[in-house]
Write a protein of this length. Structure first.
Length: 486
């Protein structure tokens, strides 16, 4: 029997070759909607890239010359929030809200969702399994859209699908939010520095409800579940698909949704209200903490991440404050403040007209005069509010410098933003491989943001590893960016 957790783990601390990819957003296959073929078209099997993933694994094996590779799947590999499939014979009660917007993040439900994803992506599972059997290792870093990997049953389901022999089981590892590769590279998904997507406490991620234990999800996840899952013409993988001006929303609605979803405004309003309420109540829910086991939990996270306990605590101090701390800010992001202004304006004008008509017999059409008079002020207010969701790009220089000092590395890799980066900021080399998700600039899915990029870290001069940002295409890779001063 091992005397400590570290003795039960294979040695992951040394690595010659490391490959990092991020944001695959694997989900279930969306059935083609024969009446409205553009409805969630980006989720259909037509755009699965499992075969590209298999080719990618073969390619990095060739680059490594037959030596062992450390593959880091850096967060949002699975998109639990977009899964809408329901079990045919559920062993748990499914609420009305779950039937319309997806299952809650509870262990049995989350295990069902990962089973659905992996069953639909059988080729992805097969490729990953064979990769491990050929002597390589895989690390899953948890992102904001696959926080449900925290559940032990979800991890067990992934291992079940991989069906690895006992001697290969330890070659697959799940880490909470960061991983240190070869003592020279810190790898994080990066959502912990985004106020809209931060997991408030990944050390203690669970909250207790009435007769159940659940995960506390960030605002961004809740918005995807309750709003985006009901608005299938918007692609959640590209910000410009759903963060628009009022004019752009009207144009988009008239072009694509007027017939398919005429009640869009009600769908948005209902989803936004549920998102705001759920986010606000979740913010008040205290995480489940066991004071007698907290040090064991910190040590467990540190060992898996090739870190020490102090690094876990200090990195946790860099987390940003969740946006859910400010409900008014969330209301602005959801456009509920503008909806409230419109409602109050109509109510007051209606009351005014009722009073005036009790004295003078005039038409209700006179109500348009104050409405038009208030319109410029409303438009000015709307234009003065900029969405902060789309303004977050990367963690700032302070976070990079502090994370580097805490972990004693000079290279930091993030994901999450879907934007590629390779730059030198101060003394820190910062990289981001972008995304592999089915991201398109148009509803018809004819303008892909084809980012099959990866980061390749390999031995360089004097035994010091070097990192490259590469684009994988047609079985080959080429350097995408050279580092510059940020």
């Amino acid at each position: 029997m091992p005397t400590s957790f570290s003795e039960s783990l294979p040695n992951f601390k040394n690595a010659l070759f490391t490959a990092v990819i991020s944001d695959l957003h694997l989900c279930e296959a969306q059935p083609v909607n024969l009446k409205y073929p553009l409805w969630k078209k980006f989720k259909t099997r037509q755009f699965f890239f499992d075969d590209v993933f298999e080719s990618f694994l073969r390619h990095i094996e060739d680059k490594a010359g037959g030596q062992q590779i450390e593959l880091v799947l850096n967060g949002d590999i699975f998109d639990f929030d977009s899964v809408m499939t329901q079990p045919a014979e559920p062993i748990f009660h499914i609420s009305w809200l779950e039937r319309h917007r997806g299952l809650y993040p509870r262990e049995a439900r989350s295990r069902f969702k990962i089973d659905v994803i992996l069953t639909d992506h059988a080729d992805f599972v097969k490729s990953l399994r064979e990769f491990v059997l050929r002597g390589h290792r895989v690390i899953f870093v948890m992102g904001n859209h696959d926080l449900e990997l925290h559940f032990p049953d979800v991890q067990a389901e992934i291992r079940k699908h991989l069906s690895l022999p006992m001697e290969f089981q330890d070659q697959v590892r799940f880490v909470e939010w960061f991983y240190i590769s070869n003592r020279d590279t810190l790898i994080e998904h990066g959502n912990q520095y985004d106020p809209y997507c931060v997991c408030e406490d990944p050390v203690n991620p669970y909250v207790r409800g009435y007769n159940f234990i659940s995960l506390k999800l960030p605002f961004g996840n809740l918005a995807c579940r309750y709003i985006m899952n009901g608005m299938g013409f918007f692609n959640p993988h590209v910000d410009s698909n759903y963060i628009m001006s009022l004019r752009e929303y009207v144009t988009f609605f008239l072009k694509y949704m007027a017939r398919a979803q005429p009640g869009l405004v009600l769908t948005w309003f209902w989803g936004s209200v549920v998102t705001l309420l759920h986010s606000s109540f979740d913010r008040l829910a205290a995480p489940i903490r066991n004071p007698l086991k907290i040090e064991d939990r910190v040590s467990h996270i540190a060992e898996k991440a090739n870190a020490d306990d102090r690094m876990v605590r200090e990195l946790k101090e860099l987390f940003v404050t969740p946006a859910s701390s400010n409900p008014f800010l969330l209301a602005q992001e959801l456009w509920l403040d503008r909806a409230f202004i419109i409602f109050v304006a109509f109510f007051l004008i209606f009351q005014l007209m009722v009073f005036v008509r009790s004295v003078y017999e005039i038409s209700f059409f006179w109500a348009f005069i104050p409405l038009f008079a208030l319109l410029p002020f409303f438009l000015f207010y709307s234009k003065s509010i900029a969405s902060l969701v789309s303004s977050y790009k990367e963690p700032d220089d302070r976070v990079l410098a502090m994370a580097s000092a805490i972990t004693h590395v000079n290279r930091i890799i993030f994901g999450h933003t879907h934007h590629t980066r390779h730059e030198i900021i101060g003394s820190v080399e910062h990289l981001n491989p972008g995304c592999w998700s089915p991201a398109f600039l148009d509803v018809e899915c004819t303008k892909p943001l084809d980012q099959k990029n990866f980061i390749w870290i390999s031995p360089g001069d004097a035994g010091v590893r070097q990192a490259e940002l590469l684009r994988f295409q047609d079985g080959k890779s080429e350097v995408l960016l050279n580092p510059g001063r940020g």
